[in-house]
Design a protein around this ligand. Sequence first.
Ligand SMILES: C[S@@+](CC[C@H](N)C(=O)[O-])C[C@H]1O[C@@H](n2cnc3c(N)ncnc32)[C@H](O)[C@@H]1O
Length: 239
Amino acid sequence: MKPELFIEQLAEKGFALSQKQIDQFSKYYQKLIEVNEYVNLTRITDLEEVYLKHFYDSLTPFLEYPELFKKARICDVGAGAGFPSIPIKILVPEMQLAIVDSLNKRLKFLADLTTDLDLGQVELVHGRAEDIGQNAKYREKFDLVTARAVANMATLSEYCLPLVKEGGKFLALKGPKAESELADAQKAITVLGGQVAATKNLRLPESDEERTLILLNKVKQTPKKYPRQAGTPSRKPLH
Ligand SMILES: C[S@@+](CC[C@H](N)C(=O)[O-])C[C@H]1O[C@@H](n2cnc3c(N)ncnc32)[C@H](O)[C@@H]1O
């Protein structure tokens, strides 16, 4: 997807980018490629592929559910090089964002990136989601938690649902196997206090790339014993 098509597609959906936002995406691409030379951030480096499979793909939750991102406290679990939350933050600068990742060098990249892109405050939290979910500062504190390409849906629900406050939501960006992952995760989701609100199948523009967004509601508090700590001998997927 050429940057011009990216801009055109967003404008067609009602999100006309300002020159500042166009420049932020362009700078994001440059930084990603530059730092990827010595820190493993992404295997996708071609300009058009990055605009489609990282930038546009990351924006799909916002394009489908814009209301979830306004005036919300959001946590992106395992964001790596910033996906999906940084592209969304470019479109919604006022959103309150925390990013959790277990790899410090990726957080260092994000610290420099958020400064260079003038993105305002982003809280960067170093740690495993299993531990952060047991920390009172973060547990059941977020209106929305997002995650892309971190774990299967059952494991991911255990990482993410404890961070969502009651009445909040968890949104997972998944590929075409989402339906079977969701079936396998059904028990875990219920145990952790979640409920499936919607699944949405999408195709990225002018491509064969299929995606599924899974949206869960947090309907009751997560029992205290979850998430179980990393390395716990009895730790098996909750299904
Ligand atoms: C495959 S990358 C995906 C990154 C990004 N979400 C994307 O879609 O490009 C997975 C990321 O999740 C992080 N991660 C994996 N397990 C984690 C855990 N238990 N807690 C926090 N971060 C984790 C890794 O350090 C890595 O940055």
